[in-house]
Design a protein around this ligand. Structure first.
Ligand SMILES: Cc1cc2nc3c(=O)[nH]c(=O)nc-3n(C[C@H](O)[C@H](O)[C@H](O)COP(=O)(O)OP(=O)(O)OC[C@H]3O[C@@H](n4cnc5c(N)ncnc54)[C@H](O)[C@@H]3O)c2cc1C
Length: 598
């Protein structure tokens, strides 16, 4: 029997690792997975029961990033989205959470602590020695010692270390940011609670709780002029139709403190959200006929709170000039999308979007602290101005930032150096690894393996070794191959030692439905992209006699559904290596962008 004498109420646990990632949104997940895949021991601490942050079932924010197909973000994010297609064809939000969870718990180098909130730091001089965290579900206090720390919490809890940070809006003159109409204040973009709708055949009026706001047409009686300036878009509350509406504009809190005032902001948002649905659903013009409220968020999503300061602060002008940085490690492609701090209660325009280049680079210098040597960050708390954040904050960009942070952390830990040293001495390696891991970087292409370049191949296969792993400016950059064909082959005159291969299978960047859909509970199923290679094998050409050779299988896989496959096999002395596609996910031919022999 357990009694107060022999059983403590609260447990203390000390853990030790190499990299501690705080926050399990898309940036934290990608940071942890990227580092772990290169051999780094990681503890990922997330205060919610699920991963994904604002993309999770708790918030239900759709992932966006670049606007044009050819620039689409790949890497770990694309892998998770494909995993979601495979295991969550009905696109239910809680199963999407678990597609992210699968990606994390499949990594033996990651210890995941869910429901665990980082609440303090232990310093050793100017370095972070450990974080303290609390799991209220397990009544457990953790002391987590690490060598390097990544803050991916969005709210920057590791500012407790004394790391320098910014908050609010800069003066327009400070960084020469002319899209910032006002500034020099503590105001931010607000927090939001979302609604999710379901299509229905029956129609019943919606009854809101008594404490909700009750809106009438008078509340929305104001002018909504369209912008006449090219490249500038004005946004208003979208109260007229439920179609394609994710209710992002139910936003409040930008005039307050989005962290310390979060509980009050949450309640105000609930009052607005219920009131809005009551107004829209019961409107006499029947604008929401055929829709019911399926889900309402509770914890408001945060767009903006704090931003750490790194050696570079990304600004509006960096974004507009395309971000040509020597230490580029990620990119964005969203608009400069600045929300008015008045948000929902403003009568009129609530956000302005300024167009940006198709993609803009983001440097490594935005991902580590200027004054805490072992602190990195990724996601919406990177080093940027308020205007810079207005473009970088979207989640596909945050995922790329996370992956870059994870690779940078791996190199720092492997070398026993700081992120600043990585920037100085190893940035080219970080960039090469990211490209090899299927993270395209702006204004450069991936290095192809030397073995691949030394091989001979059919002219039609040449394109697989051009380092461009996607369609680009109208060039296909891939090979279409029928199941059973042995067309994709490299050969060498003298034997080479082969032990692996890297392939990029086409995952169809044109399918935008990879982000979770806004309507809940539809019965429409999503499928793995049809031209994706499903069953496939590798064969090596080995010598079997003085003049005889044989293609022998060295690797085989069933049911592949991801873009990047890096595989290894027992080393073999060979004169050739070829890919044999056995089946696709429905198309008559598979489409392959890259094949490297390793
Ligand atoms: C209403 C709204 C609409 C938006 N619209 C879009 C959109 O349409 N598309 C898009 O791509 N982006 C959108 N964004 C922006 C985007 O969601 C965020 O900028 C993005 O989620 C930031 O990613 P992140 O990984 O940095 O942080 P988050 O997604 O916020 O994840 C951080 C995680 O860390 C956890 N955490 C925080 N503190 C601690 C702690 N002390 N200990 C442990 N864990 C902690 C949090 O609970 C959270 O789960 C929107 C944001 C909001 C709020």
């Amino acid at each position: 029997m357990r009694t107060e004498q022999n059983s403590p109420v609260v447990r203390d646990v000390t853990l030790e690792t190499e990299l501690v990632v705080c926050g399990g949104g898309l940036s934290g997940v990608c940071a942890a997975v990227a580092a772990a895949r290169h051999g780094t021991k990681v503890i990922l601490v997330q205060d919610r029961p699920m991963l994904g942050g604002n993309a999770s079932s708790e918030m239900r924010m759709g992932i966006v990033g670049v606007l044009k197909d050819q620039y689409q973000e790949a890497g770990i994010l694309e892998e998770m989205q494909l995993r979601n297609f495979r295991f969550n064809p009905l696109q239910r939000y809680t199963l999407w959470d678990d597609a992210i969870l699968t990606t994390v718990i499949s990594e033996p180098n990651i210890r995941l602590l869910l429901n665990t909130s980082v609440e303090d730091v232990v310093m050793d001089g100017d370095r972070i020695a450990a974080v303290k965290a609390w799991n209220s579900n397990a009544y457990t206090r953790y002391l987590i010692k690490g060598r390097l720390f990544a803050d991916c919490t969005g709210d920057g809890i590791l500012r407790l270390s004394g790391a320098k940070f910014r908050r609010g809006r800069e003066f327009p003159s400070e960084f020469n940011e002319d899209h910032l109409s006002e500034g020099g204040d503590a105001r931010t973009m607000g927090n939001s609670i979302l609604l999710q709708l379901r299509k229905t055949d029956e129609d019943h009026p919606f009854v809101a709780p008594e404490w909700a706001y009750h809106f009438t047409d008078d509340d929305f009686n104001y002018d909504t002029p369209k912008s006449t300036i090219p490249g500038v878009k004005y946004n208003y509350k979208r109260i007229y139709s439920p179609k394609d509406n994710n209710f992002w504009w139910i936003e409040f809190g930008g005039k307050y403190d989005t962290i310390f005032d979060a509980p009050d902001i949450q309640f105000e948002l609930k009052r607005i959200a219920y009131g809005i649905w009551e107004y829209m659903k019961n409107h006499p013009d029947g604008r929401c006929k055929g829709y019911d409220l399926d889900w309402i968020g509770s914890l408001p999503g945060k767009r903006e709170s704090t931003r750490f300061i790194g050696p570079h602060i990304l600004t509006q002008n960096d974004v507009l000039s395309g971000g040509h940085f020597e230490d580029v490690v990620a990119y964005g492609g969203w608009t400069l999308d600045d929300h008015d701090p008045e948000a929902f209660h403003k009568k009129g325009r609530i956000s302005v979007e300024y167009s940006t280049p198709d993609y803009f680079g983001i440097p490594f210098d935005c991902l580590y602290s200027v004054n805490v040597p072992n602190l990195m960050f990724a996601g919406r708390d990177i080093s940027c101005t308020h205007m810079g954040l207005s473009a970088t904050r979207v989640m596909a960009t945050c995922a790329l930032l996370g992956q870059a942070c994870g690779v940078g952390a791996y190199v720092a830990l492997r070398e026993g150096i700081t992120p600043a040293d990585v920037r100085r001495d190893h940035i080219a390696e970080v960039q090469d690894i990211l490209e090899d891991d299927d993270c395209m970087l702006p204004y450069r292409w991936r290095k192809v393996s030397p073995l691949t370049l030394a091989a001979t191949c059919a002219p039609a296969v040449e394109v697989l070794r051009n380092g461009i792993d996607r369609e680009w400016d109208g060039a296909d950059n891939g090979v279409w191959v029928s199941p059973g064909s042995e067309a994709i082959a490299y050969e060498w005159k003298k034997p080479v030692t082969l032990s692996g291969a890297r392939l990029i299978f086409d995952s169809h960047f044109k399918i935008r439905s990879k982000r979770m859909r806004k309507l809940e509970a539809t019965t429409e199923r999503v499928e793995v992209p049809p031209m994706m290679t499903r069953d496939w094998r590798l064969e090596a050409k080995v010598r079997t006699g003085r003049r005889s050779y044989e293609w022998q299988p060295v690797f085989a896989e069933k049911d592949n559904y991801v873009r990047l496959r890096k595989v290894s096999f027992a080393p073999v002395e060979a004169y050739g290596l070829r890919v044999v596609v056995e089946s696709t996910w429905g198309a008559p031919e598979a489409h392959i962008f890259a094949f490297d022999a390793l």
